[in-house]
Design a binder for this molecule. Structure first.
Ligand code: GCO
Length: 439
């Protein structure tokens, strides 16, 4: 591994910070979504979450104990700008100041995500991504972040998992704010998100040495048989789905090639209008970093069809299959098509963790999962892939969206009654792995 290879952990604001109502933070769409009965498991919410906001020093020390040299966190937009634009909440700005300074004092590089799904409710009330002004709102927010933190933060992810930002939030309605728009309306949301990305990237690049990108996710198709036909079939499935809002190429082709895939111009003739071409001039710009969130893999045959799993395949507590092939091929496909430096910004597993009678958390399944995936990372590096970082999801157990607190992804166990943190066996394993490899 190169000396500056980033070994990190990831979190997101809404999932860990908590808000007792005294912090000056505005509401986000996820606060409101939690209020809707029957949406989140047992109607749980993130008012306390992991109470990271109040336990910052303790958590910073836990990060230092992990030996990580990078930490990916997200800023809560409504914590910094309670109404989404305009008035700044100084307490919120100060919180991230303390976080960033605390990281740098411990030799940890901050990796900042601007948008991890918690859109200010007041902007969602104006339509959110359905409003053309979204691109300006996001630019203003990016500008605030870069002015406040740009002297210390050089790595920025504008949007975490654009497919979830657009598809799950505006088409399927599974995620907040739960809209169910038609395909063309959703395509317009996608376009506004990309335009916002382009505007924010310009803001980020106004600071020398800063790097901007997005964190992509997908269904992680890979060839069950690595024949030429098998690879081509899997690649096609990986990039293209029936719906534009679920297709990676609909998000990244405009950024890297300046145009949408041809099939989308046929499907949505209005996309040929000049205004879209104008926006594409802002969207194209080859991001500096390409981030990939990976959890599993989906084997497909030479005809592009998913292949059934063998009986008894190893499952995670989310019900997914442990399959590092998804990480391997996903990185290969992305690097080949877009030729950008890659960062694995999320990889991890939910396990049914318990604090055992000896007071420890023996999460052998997570240790095994991480080791298998780090083997893949090393293999990619041996094959000369330009992969520059690996971040475990997640640092702390946290609010897992629709699943509430039932799914534990952390390297650190959080007791949600006492908020006591207990580093799991995987925490100690990862700390030792990094120590041994960071040479
Ligand atoms: C995502 C999000 C995270 C999740 C994690 C586990 O990838 O869905 O970025 O917020 O918590 O992925 O599901």
């Amino acid at each position: 591994m190169k000396k500056d290879f980033m070994y990190g952990v990831s979190t997101s604001a809404f999932q860990i910070e908590g808000d007792d109502g005294k912090q000056g933070r505005g509401l986000s769409v996820w606060d409101s979504f939690c209020e809707r009965k029957g949406t989140v498991y047992q109607n749980e919410n993130a008012k306390v979450a992991a109470d990271h906001y109040n336990r910052l020093q303790e958590d910073l020390d836990l990060l230092a104990g992990l030996n990580v040299n990078a930490y990916r966190f997200s800023v809560s937009w409504p914590r910094v700008l309670p109404e989404g634009t305009g008035k700044i909440n100084d307490k919120g700005v100060d919180f991230y100041d303390r976080l960033i300074d605390g990281l740098l004092q411990r030799g940890i590089t901050p990796f900042l995500t601007m948008y991890h799904w918690d859109m200010p409710q007041s902007l969602s009330d104006k339509g959110g991504l359905q409003n053309d002004d979204f691109t300006k709102w996001f630019e203003e927010y990016a500008d605030v972040l870069v002015r406040k933190y740009g002297d210390r933060v050089k790595y920025y992810i504008t949007f975490n998992e654009p497919i979830n930002v657009v598809h799950s939030s505006y088409y399927s309605g599974a995620f907040a704010p739960g809209y169910r728009l038609n395909e063309w309306q959703t395509m317009q949301c996608l376009h506004r998100m990309l335009t916002a990305h382009g505007r924010a990237r310009n803001v980020i690049r106004s600071v020398p040495d800063s790097k901007a990108g997005m964190a992509m996710s997908t269904f992680e198709e890979y060839p069950v048989c690595a024949s030429l036909r098998g690879i081509e079939a899997a690649k096609e499935k990986f990039f293209q789905k029936d719906l534009a809002s679920e297709s990676i190429d609909a998000y990244l082709d405009p950024v890297y090639f300046g145009k949408y895939p041809d099939r989308l111009y046929e499907k949505f003739p209005a996309l040929n209008e000049n205004r879209y071409a104008e926006d594409l001039k802002l969207i194209i710009g080859k991001d500096d970093i390409l981030c990939f969130n990976n959890y599993s893999g989906t084997p497909v045959d030479e005809g592009g069809k998913s292949v059934a799993r063998e009986s008894g395949a190893p499952l995670t507590a989310m019900g997914g299959v442990v399959d590092p092939n998804g990480l391997y091929w996903g990185c290969k496909f992305l690097a080949e098509r877009y030729k950008a430096p890659l960062y694995v910004t999320e990889n991890g597993v939910a396990c049914n963790d318990i604090v055992a009678l000896d007071g420890k958390v023996h999460d052998l399944n997570r240790v095994d999962f991480l080791e298998r995936h780090l083997v893949v990372v090393r293999r990619l590096i041996d094959e000369k892939a330009d992969i520059r970082g690996y971040f475990v999801w997640s640092f702390l157990d946290n609010f897992e969206w629709l699943f509430g607190y039932t799914k534990r992804f952390g390297l650190v166990y959080v007791d949600y009654q006492t908020l006591k943190r207990t580093p799991k066996d995987s925490y100690h394993w990862y700390a030792e792995y990094i120590r041994a490899h960071k040479k």
